[in-house]
Design a protein around this ligand. Structure first.
Ligand code: PEP
Ligand code: CO
Length: 448
């Protein structure tokens, strides 16, 4: 792209999924507050994640990214954050032990407040109101007042992101000492799992290796090393992302300091669009969703624009095809990226291509389809002489019933029992952990 980048150069490009506020002065006042507040993350943390992702790109580490489809302000509560972090750390322990690889841990957390929508408006019983676009923008209740985009929510989202990450940092700096000890995990679902023996073997192996390490080193493993954990969200609301971006002193360029790892959604990845323009200029490691409509040449062009220096760890392609489409759509993309000699991380999001609605209109996904998309992704990469570098889940630490299947065999009838998502259905605690058990052995095939 010939023209010069600036944090606002995206304003000259068509921007999808943006919000129309009725009072520009009110919006500007909120953005001004955001510009002055300290950052949520720092550029050295962002660079540290980029170094870890460079290891992922070389096959020396595996990327685990997960969290809610959309966070809610009301869910900024200690027990919910604690549970989400715990299950992610448990999954990462399983992947490390079962797969023999270190894990880069990235939450969809501390800022995942904006959602793309298929329509800007929603109609119910003849009443049409703006769609709910996530807590960053408006409220979900179906009233004109709630659906009005409110700029004050931008500051509220920033505050809650910061409160969330502050709590996560505190937990990681001491409160989570036991997380490497499977003795303290709730594993009651294992007895219901079809591959029960495999899980039991893996858990026993983990316990033994933790005991061995504790004994050899003479100190509990929790004291050995800090656990790194990074945040991510979809960088959808460009006014917000710009306001929280900075050119830190002593750095060469601009960083989005509202999160470590922003990604571009499948709906906003147009090559001549505003999102690609904003993302190409920031220094963070970034992700881009890749859905089934992605054309081969289009992907290569996007990769060239978003990662002009072919920098290891800079760009993660988060592929979300659907279980039935991976083996047809993914190989030509892998082939084209290889021919173009581009260094990207291939990550699989097995959630977004596998959503369907039940007969009574409840959005769900089947555990088996999610697993199948993952298995096929590993397989396609192997067959193409490439490798899958990471996985991306929508999940929660709670015992919700939003996704069918898994060890306890949740059915569509179970969905009404504990369905708590306003947007996409998430793996619950047990399903998320089971997924980690099921894919951990695959990491051993991965180069590195
Ligand atoms: C999401 O990750 O919640 C999302 C909207 O995904 P995609 O951009 O892949 O549709
Ligand atoms: Co989603």
């Amino acid at each position: 792209m010939p023209h010069t980048w600036s944090p606002t150069s995206w304003k000259h490009k068509p921007a999808k999924q943006q919000v129309e506020y009725d009072d520009p002065a009110e919006l500007e006042a909120s953005l001004q507050v955001l510009r002055r507040l300290p950052p949520i993350v720092t550029s050295w943390e962002v660079e540290k994640l980029k170094r870890q992702l460079a290891e992922v790109e070389r096959g020396e580490r595996f990327l685990l990214q997960g969290g809610d489809c959309s966070e809610r302000f009301a869910d900024c509560q200690s027990h919910l954050i604690d549970a989400k972090l715990k299950v992610l750390l448990m999954m990462s322990a399983v992947l490390t032990y079962g797969g023999g690889k270190r894990v880069a841990r990235v939450g969809r957390i501390a800022g995942q407040y904006a959602k793309p929508r298929s329509s800007p408006v929603e109609t119910r019983d003849g009443v049409t109101l703006p769609s709910y676009r996530g807590d960053l923008v408006n409220r979900i209740d179906f009233t004109a007042e709630a659906r009005r985009p409110d700029p004050a929510r931008l500051v509220e989202a920033y505050s809650r992101s910061s409160i969330t990450l502050n709590f996560i940092r505190s937990l990681l700096s001491g409160g989570f000492g036991d997380i490497h000890h499977p003795e303290v995990w709730d594993l009651s679902f294992v007895e219901h799992a079809p591959k029960n023996d495999d899980y039991v073997r893996l858990i026993e192996g983990m316990k033994a290796s933790v005991r061995f390490l504790d004994a050899t080193v003479g100190r509990p493993m929790s004291e050995l090393a800090a656990v790194d954990f990074f945040t991510s969200h979809e960088g959808l609301h460009l006014e917000y992302e710009t306001a929280v971006s900075e050119h830190p002193p002593l750095r060469d360029g601009w960083y989005d300091l509202g999160t470590h790892f922003p990604w571009i959604g499948d709906r906003t990845r147009a090559i001549d669009g505003a999102h690609v323009e904003f993302f190409r200029g920031i220094k963070n490691p970034i992700g881009m969703k890749v859905g089934p409509s992605m054309q081969v040449d289009e992907l290569v062009d996007l990769v060239r624009v978003l990662d002009p220096d072919n920098e290891p760890g800079r760009l993660t392609l988060i592929v979300r095809m659907g279980a039935d489409k991976v083996d047809k759509h993914l190989p030509p993309l892998i082939e084209a990226i290889r021919r173009a000699d581009r260094r990207v991380i291939w990550c699989s999001d097995p959630m977004h291509g596998n959503t369907y609605s039940t007969a009574n209109g409840t959005k769900t996904r089947h555990f088996d389809a999610i697993l199948r998309e993952l298995e096929q992704s590993f397989e396609v990469h192997r067959a193409c002489g490439s490798f899958l570098g990471g996985v991306h889940f929508e999940m929660t630490g709670q015992d919700v019933t939003e996704v069918v299947g898994g060890a306890r065999g949740l059915t569509e009838d179970d969905l009404c029992r504990a369905y708590d998502s306003d947007v996409d259905p998430r793996l619950n605690y047990e399903q998320a952990l089971e997924m980690a058990f099921l894919i951990s052995h695959r990491l051993r095939d991965v180069r590195g």
